[in-house]
Ligand binder design. Structure first.
Ligand SMILES: [Zn+2]
Ligand SMILES: [Zn+2]
Length: 316
């Protein structure tokens, strides 16, 4: 097993737990994962422990993971590698192997927390470096539109297929029951999804309206964050055709889909409707008031079939 060392960044907080974990893997040269914030003291300590550095790897570009990479690259001379490189960084593709002195890391694309998120797998030890996709404590934040729950669920299965032995997360302690932790994450989201669907059985709701019923055991300060998580579930369910989106984006509500599709665009509709909310508005605009005119679909020469609206509403 290669040397695996953690240097904790001095940025504790509600989302970062006790701070960002900067991981140093192997030696002569070592590989550094997530230098963390741009804190000179922290970067000096990372450099002292990691020297010589072969490469600096970023799980993603959030401010608690990436900004220290510039300074570490400057003092160590090592390149910075990321899935979506910015400035002088280099591209790391899904499946790429990064060699260190006595180990290699495989980059695995694991979107969901962010679209560009990578996790890193060290095969010999079974160590999986998960960044913000799996934390040592609590759950990962999936905040739309950057966060995508459907992608995240696929990423959890990909990580399970690696059969890791230990998880070294971006925040919180190492997790030695790695597979159990990943299964727990999958089950947790499936439970939440059931709760969201149950909440919609009463009628159309916004994400915020669903929160108190689902998070009744949690303090109210957490409700705004919980609403983002519920929204991530609703958007996933909408894309799967199990939930319909009603109204304008500013006051959007969600309802259980009736199983029927909009006659124009094929999106799910609420029970009793032939058109989804968006096509209903379009039909109203297309049909000027006048004797004998109706606002129903198909009643207007301008309202052709709907291929231009097919394909959803540009959600992430
Ligand atoms: Zn993050
Ligand atoms: Zn983070």
């Amino acid at each position: 097993m290669p040397r695996i060392l953690r240097v904790l960044a001095p940025n504790p907080g509600p989302l970062t737990l006790q701070g960002t974990n900067t991981w140093i893997v192997g030696a002569r040269p070592s590989l550094v994962i997530d230098p963390g914030p741009d804190d000179p003291e922290h970067i000096r300590e990372v450099h002292r422990e990691a020297d010589p550095v072969g490469a600096i790897l970023l799980t993603h570009h959030h401010p608690d993971h990436a900004p220290g990479a510039d300074l570490l690259a400057h003092v160590s001379g090592a390149p910075v590698l990321a899935f979506r490189p910015v400035a002088n960084e280099h591209k790391l593709t899904d499946g790429a192997i990064v060699p260190g002195g006595d180990t290699t890391l495989r980059a695995v694309h694991a979107p969901g927390h962010t679209p560009d998120h990578l996790v890193f797998f060290e095969r010999e030890s079974g160590a999986l470096f998960t960044g913000d996709t799996v934390l040592g404590r609590g759950t990962s934040l999936i905040d739309p539109p950057e966060g995508d729950l459907a992608a995240y669920m696929r990423s959890l299965s990909i990580m399970l297929s690696l059969a890791p032995r230990v998880i070294f997360p971006g925040h919180g302690p190492a997790v030695w029951s790695a597979v159990e932790k990943l299964r727990e994450y999958v089950d947790h989201r499936k439970d939440r999804e059931r709760q969201v669907l149950a909440g919609l059985e009463e009628g159309a709701r916004t994400a915020e309206e669903l929160v108190p019923g689902i998070y009744s055991d949690y303090p109210k300060e957490l409700y705004p964050a919980a609403a983002r998580s519920v929204l991530a579930h609703l958007l996933k369910l909408a894309r799967e055709g199990r939930v319909a989106r009603i109204g304008r984006p500013v006051d959007e509500r969600f309802a259980l889909a009736s199983g029927a599709s909009c006659e124009r665009c094929g999106r799910p509709v609420v029970p009793g409707s032939r058109l989804c909310a968006r096509c209903g508005v379009a039909a109203l605009q297309e049909a000027p008031p006048g004797p004998g005119r109706t606002t129903e679909a198909g009643g207007d020469a301008h309202s052709g079939p709907s291929s231009e609206t097919t394909g959803g509403r540009g959600s992430t």
